[in-house]
Design a protein around this ligand. Structure first.
Ligand SMILES: Cc1cc2nc3c(=O)[nH]c(=O)nc-3n(C[C@H](O)[C@H](O)[C@H](O)COP(=O)(O)OP(=O)(O)OC[C@H]3O[C@@H](n4cnc5c(N)ncnc54)[C@H](O)[C@@H]3O)c2cc1C
Length: 380
């Protein structure tokens, strides 16, 4: 078989790229090793936060581009995939003010509230010292969005092959030689270009790509709490540590949002490293207890004793910026850590620009050495 582009990985990044490349008129094969909706990677579940509030203006602009892409996908599929509820950032004044500055620079409307004003608006939350609200935020319906991307890619002419693993991606010859992609079934596919969007498995296929930063894979464990009032309004929220929030496990912040399964709450980026092929994902009882304690103090609108945990993998680069770059005929989309979902259509557009138009990558996302940075102040 021969196509223009093979995309490896049917999570949000691979699926969005297959859709984008197909709608630019290119023949595409999307290959995903697991069944639709599988829970072994990073894109599954009812919801993900969509927000513009980043301290780096580049990310604010990327979110803006992604919002337009999500709306185009909704128009094309006739499904609501992104519900705007607004988002609050609260806690450490330095962190929250940096977000306000970047939103201001990018002309994204936002407002500062006192904790008591915010509590009056959203009684389900107790607010820390500084509160910033921006309305252009909310929740993405994650499983539905990935399904919609697969369907839209297919309708644009892409072949979507599920339940088939890619075992190798090899560049053929020199510049312009394309790639040879082997599938576990034994089939071999030749293509002008490959996109590897393999999430936590990226390092397995990309051993030969120079400049690939170390990718740290961790298992994270948020939980759903039942709200005490089903009719209550919930914004998406990020609680930045350092002011009143001093719990050790909340050292990188706490995020949350309401979805069809309850109010999802998680500690950001504190899970242990894991091999993504490990079959079982044991629940960490101590981490779940800490989430309950957090809910008891900060979420008066949920039943803090009733928490249903779930697991999901983060794949993180040393500096927390993902890789969106091309090495010869292989485009790498990797390291989207705990905040990448929202950017799906915008990342896909950058990938298509790289593959089809040879546009140089944004240096923030380029292959090559990365300087390790701690979680503090990192995009999330
Ligand atoms: C707990 C948690 C909360 C999060 N919250 C948010 C949030 O609120 N907002 C937000 O924007 N982001 C959030 N994220 C981050 C976001 O979900 C991820 O950044 C995003 O889903 C990464 O998508 P991906 O396509 O890169 O990886 P994945 O979804 O893992 O997709 C990779 C796919 O490649 C397939 N694959 C791998 N190897 C092969 C192979 N050899 N052959 C074929 N297929 C292969 C895998 O099976 C997998 O389906 C969160 C993540 C987690 C874990």
């Amino acid at each position: 078989m021969s196509v223009d582009v093979v995309v490896v990985g049917g999570g949000v990044m691979g699926a969005a790229t297959a859709w984008e490349v197909a709608r630019r008129g290119t023949s595409v094969l999307l290959v995903e090793q697991h069944a639709p909706g599988h829970q072994r990677g990073s894109s599954h579940g009812a919801s993900r936060i969509f927000r513009h509030a980043y301290a780096q203006v580049g990310y604010v602009e990327l979110a803006r581009r992604a919002l337009a892409g999500w709306r185009e996908l909704e128009a094309e599929t006739g499904r609501e995939l992104l519900t705007l509820t607004g988002a609050v950032d609260h806690g450490d004044p330095v962190a929250v003010t940096a977000l306000q500055t970047a939103l201001g620079e990018a002309a994204v409307p936002c407002e500062v509230l006192t904790p008591s004003e915010a509590s009056a608006r959203w009684p389900g939350l107790r607010f820390d010292t500084t509160v910033l609200f921006h309305p252009a935020a909310g929740r993405l319906h994650a499983d539905a969005a990935v399904r919609a991307l697969h369907g839209a890619a297919g309708r644009r002419g892409a072949e979507v092959r599920l339940g088939t693993a890619v075992t190798s991606v090899t560049e053929v010859g020199g510049d312009g030689g394309g790639v040879r992609v082997r599938l576990a079934s034994g089939e071999e596919v030749t293509a002008g270009a490959a996109v590897v969007a393999a999430g936590p498995w990226a390092s397995r296929l990309l051993g030969g790509v120079g400049g690939l930063p170390a990718l740290r894979v961790t298992v994270e464990q948020p939980a759903h709490f039942q709200p005490t009032d089903d009719a209550a309004a919930w914004p998406s929220f990020i609680h930045h540590p350092g002011a009143l929030l001093t719990m050790a496990r909340a050292a990188h912040g706490v995020y949350g949002l309401a979805d069809a399964e309850g109010v999802k709450v998680g500690f950001h980026g504190v899970g242990p490293e894991i091999d993504p092929d490990r079959a079982e994902r044991p629940i960490d009882a101590a981490a779940l207890d800490d989430l309950r304690r957090y809910a008891e103090t900060w979420l008066p609108g949920v039943m803090s004793t009733r928490a249903v945990p779930l697991t999901c993998l983060y794949t993180t680069t040393p500096d927390h910026d993902p890789v969106i770059d091309r090495s010869g005929a292989v485009t790498v989309l990797a390291g989207f850590s705990g905040h990448g979902f929202k950017f799906g259509p915008a990342v896909a557009a950058l990938a298509a620009d790289l593959i089809l138009d040879g546009v140089a990558p944004d240096p923030t996302f380029a292959l090559g050495p990365r300087t390790p940075r701690s979680e503090e102040g990192m995009p999330r």
